[in-house]
Design a protein around this ligand. Structure first.
Ligand code: MLC
Ligand code: AMP
Length: 504
């Protein structure tokens, strides 16, 4: 039995039809350029070292950088990997790349050489913009022919290429994610997908040019990049960039920067909740949580301390934002709210999987026909791999996952990938990796192993080294006599709990 949620219009104050092109913007960067032209002197991006930079500066700087990228031989459709800490340089180079029609592959800065190699071999970018000597060295080894540049793009200038001319349906981003299966795949997001999501959030969250976002989320995942940065540029508003999460700094910047918005993952709200200055959040217009479930108890704790009713929303790399609690009216703790403008949602099967359709939903994974066939239903709905329910008022809840995935601090970890690396260790005969609930992290990565000689978690982590980004490393190791398996030999992970093997 399936149902399509009819509650989308609750996000729309004026009930105008939703326009996924955001007022006929030819593409994403053209939608940003509207604001640069109208008011070039307004502050747009605050860099932790350089302070405020204005819209006009960003516009001009992106023109210069596009010229440099074109001069070294990049042309529309070429892919560029981007992996760097938040900075004005990163933003200006990102904007330049998109303006000239390049396809950007944002990549987690915590990735080690093995993870980077997979992305590079799969997507075959022509150039990479990276900000550490380690990454430059790794790229030189993986593909000596690839251009490894720094995000500041200190290169000779070149003639300005054609800007803001990408077709709406052409690719803007390739974002690596494992989807419902283990192997990371590149989700190809078009300018049209990004535009539709930005317009939906503009309406639903009443995002205006006067808004100022405290943006401490990294700029290589959808939350920081596709929601935070794109929304800022789309609405002609401003954002204060941070490298990492520093609650002292963020809370004092609420007033010092006259901020109106904060977007974070539940781990950040957990840390705010026990901070002596948490009340400073009260001054914000809107606090949004996403990327992982926000426990209702934490929602209530923040409300009691600050009066803020954190707005929880739900999204995915493949779809950008899907469902959100409302700006006006009740924000119901433990739910993710109603489908955003333009998004159709249905619950399919038993247990019910959330399936979605809309102009924000990607067309498919990069060069993965088989995965694409599995990711969509025959009638064109994208299968999220999340299990959901809808209450009688239309609020959607995420009640579980059909996919094997651990979400820790908002980062996705695929147990299979961790198990494959752990299995290479000579002491390990058999291993299963599970996510165990944690107040701070949501879930923590825990390994259960059958071993042939004593081994500690520290030794295992040292052996893993940079085969896995540190956030994927197991935090605890439980040694067991045997892993519980069903008749087909599949590990029964639900029986692994707090160091014990539960009875069948
Ligand atoms: C850091 N560490 C983590 C971790 N982040 N471990 C598990 N899970 C995480 N998420 C580890 C580091 O490896 C290190 O361990 C130690 O914690 C300290 O590192 P740090 O960098 O100082 O960590 P911290 O500042 O505490 O980082 C926590 C955090 C960060 C919550 C600020 O994880 C974060 O920015 N998360 C946001 C992720 C995000 O943007 N997700 C959006 C995905 S998009 P050690 O042992 O090595 O020293 C998406 C779609 C959607 O999901 O709907 O939004
Ligand atoms: P990613 O592939 O990194 O984009 O992660 C997407 C996944 O994050 C979704 O499929 C959900 O499982 C999860 N997610 C995002 N937002 C929420 C939320 N508010 N509550 C629960 N899970 C969420």
């Amino acid at each position: 039995m399936s149902s399509v949620s009819p509650h989308t219009s609750l996000h729309m104050p004026e009930r105008h039809p939703f326009d996924p092109t955001g007022g006929a913007a030819p593409n994403l960067t053209a939608s940003w350029a509207r604001h640069w032209e109208s008011n070039p002197d307004l502050d747009q991006i605050h860099d932790p070292d350089r302070g405020w930079l204005q819209r006009g500066e960003l516009a001009q700087e992106s023109v210069v950088r596009a010229g440099r990228l074109a001069r070294i031989g990049l042309s529309p459709g070429d892919r560029v990997l981007l992996s760097a800490e938040s900075s004005y340089d990163l933003v200006a180079s990102y904007v330049a790349a998109l303006r000239m029609g390049l396809v950007v592959i944002p990549t987690n800065t915590a990735y080690g050489a093995r993870e980077l190699k997979h992305v590079i071999q799969d997507a075959r970018p022509k150039a990479a913009l990276v900000d550490t000597p380690d990454k430059h060295a790794a790229i030189a080894e993986i593909d000596p022919g690839m251009l490894a540049l720094s995000p500041s793009l200190n290169l000779p200038d070149g003639p300005t290429p054609l800007l803001d001319a990408a077709e709406r349906g052409s690719a803007a981003l390739i974002c690596y994610t494992s989807g419902t299966t283990g192997q990371p795949k590149g989700a190809v997001l078009s300018h049209a997908n990004c535009l539709a999501s930005a317009e939906g959030l503009r309406i639903a969250w009443r995002w205006q040019s006067q808004d100022r976002l405290l943006l401490c989320l990294p700029l290589f995942h959808m939350h920081g990049l596709g929601v935070g940065l794109h929304g800022t540029l789309y609405n002609g508003s401003s954002a204060v960039l941070y490298r990492g999460f520093d609650p002292d700094r963020l809370l004092s910047d609420v007033s010092a920067q006259c901020a109106t918005l904060f977007f974070g993952v539940p781990t950040m709200y957990h840390r705010f909740a026990s901070h002596p200055s948490v009340k400073k959040l009260t001054a914000l217009r809107l606090c949004v949580s996403g990327s992982a479930p926000l426990p209702a108890t934490l929602h209530e704790k923040i409300e009691t301390a600050t009066g803020q009713r954190v707005l929880e929303r739900y999204g995915m790399t493949e779809t950008l934002m899907l469902v959100s609690n409302p700006h006006d009216g009740e924000r119901r703790p433990g739910t993710v709210g109603f489908p955003l403008p333009g998004v159709e949602l249905r619950l399919e099967g038993e247990p019910a999987e959330i399936q979605v359709r809309g102009p924000n939903v990607f067309n498919g994974y990069w060069e993965r026909p088989q995965a694409n066939a599995e990711a969509f239903t025959d009638d064109g709905w994208f299968k999220t791999g999340d299990l959901g329910s809808e209450d009688s008022d239309g609020f959607v809840s995420i009640v579980g996952r059909a996919k094997e995935l651990i979400i820790s601090g908002g980062y996705n970890i695929y147990p299979r990938e961790v198990e494959d690396v752990l299995r290479k260790h000579s002491a390990i005969d058999d291993v299963a990796v599970v996510g165990e609930s944690s107040d701070e992290w949501g879930e923590r990565v825990i390994a259960y192993a059958v071993v042939n000689e004593p081994v500690t978690i520290q030794e295992l982590r040292e052996a893993i080294g940079d085969e896995l980004a540190p956030f994927k490393h197991p935090r605890e190791l439980h040694i067991v006599n045997a892993l519980p398996r069903n008749a087909l030999g599949k590990v029964q992970k639900h029986r692994l709990d707090r160091g014990r093997v539960l009875p069948d």
